[in-house]
Design a protein around this ligand. Structure first.
Ligand SMILES: [Zn+2]
Length: 278
């Protein structure tokens, strides 16, 4: 731990090392990680070190942040408070009477008064709660803001900061409702073919294709992929596709499902003529 390093970045770095070792198949046990972190603490954490080492069951790594934050707070609270100079203006410019002499500065006499103790804002709680609970209590702030509040105000948490996914935030920030589940069942090939067109691609293919038409048979899940140079080729390509599959499988296409994009809207008269449900 560096001389000016606060607990949060120190612990985060330790966690990163542990994750890196786990990724190469050499995971570090939680208690070993705790002991390594404790051993690397600065001298000012001497009392905390002794306390943790003397425990029968050392704390989990996830509890260290709160323990270090509590220790920091208690140390700051015990530091002597520097006096504050308060200036008082005198209306009478005549020298003070003997016995009331004191240091003056341009006609102002200074009084040394104890300053109101400047205690940092710290949240205390008898029970540590998860970072998700703090996220909910504080009105669902962003992870970055929540992390700042954890380190600045020493919020007591019982887990790794921001190691959760908030369903409420996900739903609140979604711009579309989820699609309802379909209970459609197909019993034969070509009962239903689902089609979509994708493009334009930012880089065209070697042959100059920028779009593709994808057709998926609902029954067999077989897919047909057609690269297209222009979106306007969808109509002709789809007609060729129907002719080909109906001949190959000796059955008629019953229905087609699309997203009703422009390219498929133009196919509506064709579907009506062939009796295909769209
Ligand atoms: Zn949330």
């Amino acid at each position: 731990m560096k001389s000016d390093e606060s607990p949060s970045p120190y612990l985060e770095q330790a966690q990163e090392y542990a994750d890196a070792l786990a990724n190469i198949g050499e995971p570090v046990k939680d208690k070993d990680l705790v002991m390594l972190v404790i051993a690397g603490l600065r001298d000012e954490y001497h009392s905390l070190k002794g306390n943790i080492v003397a425990r029968q069951f050392p704390p989990a790594f996830s509890e260290l942040h709160a323990l270090l934050a509590d220790h920091d707070f208690l140390v700051r609270k015990a530091e002597p408070v520097p006096p504050t100079q308060v200036f008082s203006a005198v209306t009478n410019p005549t020298p003070p009477a003997p016995g009331l002499l004191g240091p003056s500065n341009d006609g102002l006499y200074t009084f040394c008064l104890p300053r109101i103790q400047d205690v940092p804002k710290v949240a205390f709680s008898t029970a540590r709660v998860s970072s998700k609970t703090w996220h909910q209590r504080l009105g669902h702030p962003h992870h970055q803001l929540l992390n700042t509040m954890f380190s600045k105000y020493c919020l007591p948490i019982s887990d790794k900061p921001c190691s959760f996914v908030c369903d409420t935030c996900l739903v609140g920030k979604s711009s579309k409702l989820y699609l309802p589940l379909s209970n459609y069942h197909s019993s034969h090939i070509l009962d239903l073919v689902i089609c979509d067109v994708w493009g334009p691609a930012s880089v065209s293919s070697y042959d100059g294709h920028s779009y593709f038409l994808l057709c998926v048979d609902h029954y067999s899940k077989f897919m047909w992929f057609f690269p297209l140079k222009l979106k306007s080729y969808v109509f002709a390509t789809f007609r060729q596709f129907i002719t080909m599959v109906e001949r190959q499988f000796k059955t008629k296409l019953i229905s087609v499902q699309t997203d009703w994009g422009d390219e498929f809207s133009k196919l509506s008269p064709f579907f009506l003529e062939r009796g295909i449900i769209h």
